[in-house]
Design a protein around this ligand. Structure first.
Ligand SMILES: Nc1ncnc2c1ncn2[C@@H]1O[C@H](COP(=O)(O)OP(=O)(O)O)[C@@H](O)[C@H]1O
Ligand SMILES: CC(=O)N[C@@H](CCC(=O)OP(=O)(O)O)C(=O)O
Length: 318
């Protein structure tokens, strides 16, 4: 048997339920079924981060979860990242890359590689993984049917003073107009949309969009029931490294102010706040390195990671 921390081994084992006692099976089903009903025909946007993609068995477990959701009447929409994979390709091509406030500075050569890696290799890998598990996935990016129109980022908040300062980080976009028609058309059938975070400007330029920002803008526009962000940690951790199971908007802002939330977690949480303010019930940050974390979050009462929203976890099964 794999131990609790050996997620890839657990994922490889799949669902072997033969040695689970009947009364435990009954408890699991009794907990899962009302949760399944709660998400029936609801849209759930799931962001699959590049750090969560590393292992084949885990990627297959993720793909299986997406197929199970679709088969049980939920409407899953996958948005993926690929930061580490872009970094690998840039380093092979000996192109230097740097980040400013969590965003990759993206010149003309870099944006071509970013599009190739995200909308090409990674998008098609995820599509194939879902299809291998019995789903019918369709890969698109924000350019398709003008799904994600973005504006070049030309100013950023100074981390110390919060004052907006002019910046030039190249072909990096901030979503300004989401046209979800193509996603609706795909997901109203038996197909599952898998979306690469590439956008297009009103002037026709290809723009690199942070995958968390892309998923947040889409979830907000589609008034999704949930946004799940899969990353490489269990959720938001407090100063002592303990998981924070739920956060209000005010508590999240305070954790950023007092320096508990730093680095890549800052844009993630800022996106989450905007999503909740736009009317999405809750956003959950979960560990994509735990096998079947998506099912654990959606179908068990206590959930898996950090929930940020207007709704308290205790009331989630209401
Ligand atoms: N308070 C915090 N709790 C959890 N993670 C944090 C916190 N502050 C900063 N982080 C960092 O944020 C990272 C996740 O963000 P990021 O690297 O952008 O993930 P992804 O590539 O999955 O989008 C974690 O690996 C961790 O290093
Ligand atoms: C502008 C910007 O930073 N874009 C990201 C897009 C990919 C991404 O966000 O991937 P993860 O979710 O795996 O981090 C990048 O170039 O890395």
């Amino acid at each position: 048997m794999a131990n609790a921390t050996d997620a890839p081994a657990q994922a490889r084992q799949g669902f072997n339920t033969a040695d689970i006692p009947a009364h435990v099976k009954a408890r699991i089903l009794a907990e899962a079924l009302p949760n399944m009903l709660r998400y029936d025909e609801e849209t759930v946007v799931i962001k699959f981060g590049g750090h969560a993609m590393g292992d084949q068995a885990l990627s297959d477990a993720f793909a299986k979860d997406i197929v199970y959701l679709k088969q049980s009447g939920v409407n899953p929409i996958v948005v993926h990242g690929g930061g580490p994979q872009i970094a690998n390709m840039l380093s092979k091509l000996e192109i230097k890359s740097e980040f400013k406030n969590g965003l990759r500075v993206t010149d003309k050569a870099t944006v071509q590689i970013v599009e190739m890696v995200l909308a090409g290799a990674i998008n098609k890998d995820i599509v194939s993984a879902i299809n291998r598990q019995g789903g019918k996935a369709v890969g698109i990016c924000g350019k398709d049917a003008n799904l994600m129109i973005a504006r070049k980022i030309t100013e950023m908040a100074d981390p110390e003073s919060s004052e907006m300062l002019p910046v030039d980080i190249g072909f990096v976009g901030d979503p300004v107009q989401v046209n979800p028609h193509i996603v609706d058309v795909i997901s109203k059938s038996d197909l599952i949309p898998v979306i690469a975070p590439i956008g297009i400007s009103f002037e026709g330029e290809t723009l690199n969009i942070n995958a968390d920002s892309f998923a947040s803008a889409l979830a907000a526009r589609m008034k999704a029931k949930r946004l799940l962000l899969l990353t490489d940690v269990d959720g938001v951790l407090d100063k002592t490294g303990q998981l924070v199971a739920e956060l209000s908007i005010e508590e999240a802002q305070e954790l950023i102010r007092n320096g508990t939330i730093t680095g890549g977690m800052i844009p993630k949480i800022e996106g989450c706040i905007e999503v909740v303010e736009a009317g999405v019930e809750a956003v959950v940050i979960i560990n994509g390195k735990v096998a079947h974390s998506v099912l654990l979050e959606l179908l068990t009462d206590h959930g898996a990671g950090t929930l940020l929203g207007r709704r308290r976890r205790k009331a989630r099964s209401a």
